[in-house]
Design a binder for this molecule. Sequence first.
Ligand code: SF4
Length: 176
Amino acid sequence: MNTDEERVEEPQPLAIGGTWVWYYAICHRELWLMAHAITPDEDDENLQYGRFMHDRAYQREGEEVSVGASKMDRVIEVQGKVVVVEIKKSSRAIESARLQLANYLVELENRGIVAQGELRFPDERRRESLVLDDSWRHRVEEAHHHIAQIVAAHTPPPVKHVAWCGHCAYRDLCWA
Ligand code: SF4
């Protein structure tokens, strides 16, 4: 039998939350910076407005709900069904938002909860539903695999211009 000194610590699985999935789908470098706690300019107007919207929009439906490493904007019940709501200030990065929402649905499914997703873009008065299927499950699994690889690297991915750069709070760091 092993003594305490001989016991080998099992590596803890990486806690990958929905925000990391969002960053992954936007920019691998942004994911790495966030994951390594290199925080962006908190006064960035995009970040401030995003926080304001998440606090104020759909207030009567409650507040954020934490599940594992994720914080879901709202979890509501509609006609007996659980619906996870993700709020975004624009649909500019809608594919990333879809993957983030699908990640939440997988997290809940892994806990035995069947849920549907709804993206909301209040400034655009737009909503979109998302139903978890095998294709989304596969994409989420693949994303987690890649995220683990990116985050484990000792240096960030090199700067590469992506459509999001103009709205990114790291733009001064990357492009100064
Ligand atoms: S400024 Fe562009 S390259 Fe840099 S982290 Fe943001 S999105 Fe990525």
